[in-house]
Design a protein around this ligand. Sequence first.
Ligand code: MG
Length: 392
Amino acid sequence: MTTVAVLGSTGSIGTQTLDVAASQPDEIEVVALGAGRDARLLAEQANRVRPGVVGVADPGAVAELRELLDPGIEVVAGIDELAELATLADVAVNGVVGFAGLPVTLAALRAGRRLALANKESLIAAGPVVRDARSTPGAELIPVDSEHCAIHQCLRANDDDRRLDRVVLTASGGPFRGRTTSELEKVDVAEALQHPTWSMGPKITVDSSTLMNKGLEVIEAHELFSVSYDRIDVVVHPQSIVHSMAEFSDGTTIAQLSMPDMRLPIGYALAYPDRITVAFGRMDWSMPMQLDFEPPDRATFRCLDLAYAAGRLGATAPAWLSAANEVAVEAFLEGRIAWPSIAEVVADALDRWDGSPAGSVEAVLAADEAGRRCATELLSQQPNQPVGGAVR
Ligand code: MG
């Protein structure tokens, strides 16, 4: 029996993790659930799953949570308390959205647990700090990002890392693939949230539309697999069936294929080195099918190269980039800026990066804050051109 703590349980990754756990009742036991502030859904999940403890980051949600919760389930509140839940199980699933997931990442690794990481921002922003935490005895990081899960699997086919030549990350291209810059000035929030192949939360879906998500994944791959930026490529693959590839010194490319379903990478991270016994996203090879590949349009989707640039700068540049991006995406989701302004704000913010090193959590927190401040200032200088369709 593997015990699992699910942090960010009310989000897209969290709810799908509970699906996977329910499919493996004899192998997986959910012992803790944590969420930001959605007391209603959290209580409903807890009453169904019966973990020993639930946590909520926002102390303002505790009263409602207690009222809705069946008796016998302990409640904790606060960001640090939520992160502590990550230490209570064999595996901590980090499905928290954005930089706020860093305490969960560090708590799980420092306690020597397996971290099933869907929160890429914590790894990207705090690469050097997370690297230290990963050296804790027993600590293990298994990515819950379809591309990195694919690479993780491709590398299992090879017992000699030195023979790895390149990592090729696939990108669906998002909802705006093939559009021109002038067409993209008019797109609204609803269109950006219409992902062609994946069903995900709003932040990552907007990141997919700008290719920032792929850029962040390039940094994520660099951190996870210690591959230099010159050896990480991105190829657009609209069907989202080849989830990524590894290329070896003899010209062999190994790829992982499945239908786009996040429950597969979640199940992989929970069961590794074994596999879960229920198939999510199994291919149907009896049907005709076409797989297309094309290079990304780097001029129109600037965020991809902005992320490469931040990754190559290193230190707190990725933290700064990711923070500025969170602020810009939030402004877009609220209808305060047009879609092309996301890349403009991030580019200008990265230009203003202060060059600070990333040796400690404090340094990373300071860079995150400064990156947000910088982006907020830049936003106030952007022409206010609401395009309608704001969510939240
Ligand atoms: Mg991904």
